[in-house]
Structure formats: C-alpha cells, structure tokens
Design a binder for this molecule. Structure first.
Ligand SMILES: [Zn+2]
Ligand SMILES: [Zn+2]
Length: 175
C-alpha cells in the first residue's frame, strides 16, 4: 500500500502540529534514487514514493512534507476556503448558522424518509411501524400536522380551483 491510498485529494485536512488550519494534499512525496545492485545507475535515477505526503495550507502555496498518519480529514464546511482557519466562516460558503444547519439536517431527513407527497395516513403508519430516532420523529410529526391541515383544507374544497403542489390529495388528482 502506498501512502497516497486512503488520502482524498479533494478533501481538506488538519495536520498534527500545525493547529487549526486546513491543508489540501497535492500527492505523495517522490524522491529520485539509484541502486547499483538493482541496476539503476546515478546517471539514470528512478523515482519512488517516500511514504510522506506533499501538503499545502489553504490560502498559501508553500509545500510542506507531512506524515500521512498526522492528517485528520475535515468536513466540507469545517474550514474557511479563504484563510484556511478551521471554524472561520469568512468565505461566505453556505450559511453555517445553527438555524441553517438545522434546516439542512431536516431537509436531509425528509429526503432520506421520502416524505414528499405522503398522506396523513401514510405518515401515521410510518410513525407506528418505522423505527425513527428523535430527530426523525420530530420531522415526521411536523410533516404529519402540516399534511393533516392541508388535507382538512382540501376536504373543505379550498384546493378545488388551484391545486396545491404540496397537498398529497391534490397530487393524487394530477397523477
Ligand atoms: Zn476565514
Ligand atoms: Zn389539496
């Protein structure tokens, strides 16, 4: 196994000893060598990986040679794409506020559980039969009360003229 294996060149890492700064990995460090026993003369040296990696700080261009075992992978939004500091949001990438993180988490749960266009009955069945964790249960319960309201509206005929895109009963009509 070469040092490059297991290293994600698209990811960002912290490096032990460098503090809270993000690095990207350019690739393995390579050295030239010759070995007369192997028939490799110094006039025509060959290249081999040293086992170390070439890493560059985000926002900088100096190359550091680091031990791959000193690398810790960072999450997509854990670091600043401009200054490289872990925890800095100065690059303006996405919204890292707690509310925005929670919204993304809820959206991910909705997608995972395919909550789109579920009827209240289907959602109730999901609560009864599918093992859900606390966060999932909260999202499904919210969806259930929302859809229950929509269905009541629908029954009252409020959607008769303009079908509502997020109403599961309207969705059934258009299928
Ligand atoms: Zn920054
Ligand atoms: Zn409707």
């Amino acid at each position: 196994m070469t040092a490059a294996e297991g290293i994600d060149l698209d990811a960002r890492y912290t490096v032990a000893g460098f503090g809270a700064v993000a690095f990207y990995v350019e690739g393995p460090e390579v050295e030239r060598y010759w070995d007369l026993d192997e028939g490799i003369s110094w006039e025509e040296p060959e290249e081999r990986e040293t086992g170390m990696m070439r890493a560059v700080m985000v926002g900088d261009d100096r190359v550091w040679v680091v031990d791959p075992s000193d690398l810790t992978k960072l999450g997509e939004l854990d670091y600043c794409a401009e200054c490289g500091q872990v925890g800095c949001a100065g690059d303006g990438r996405d919204d890292r506020t707690e509310d925005a993180m929670e919204d993304r988490e809820r959206e991910a749960i909705r997608e995972r559980l395919h909550l789109e266009d579920r009827t209240a009955d289907e959602l109730r069945e999901m609560v009864d039969t599918v093992p859900l964790d606390v966060a999932e249960l909260e999202v499904v319960s919210d969806e259930l009360s929302y859809v229950t309201e929509l269905e009541e509206e629908h029954e009252r005929g409020a959607h008769a003229d303009t079908l509502r895109g997020d109403c599961p009963l309207c969705a059934e009509l258009t299928e």
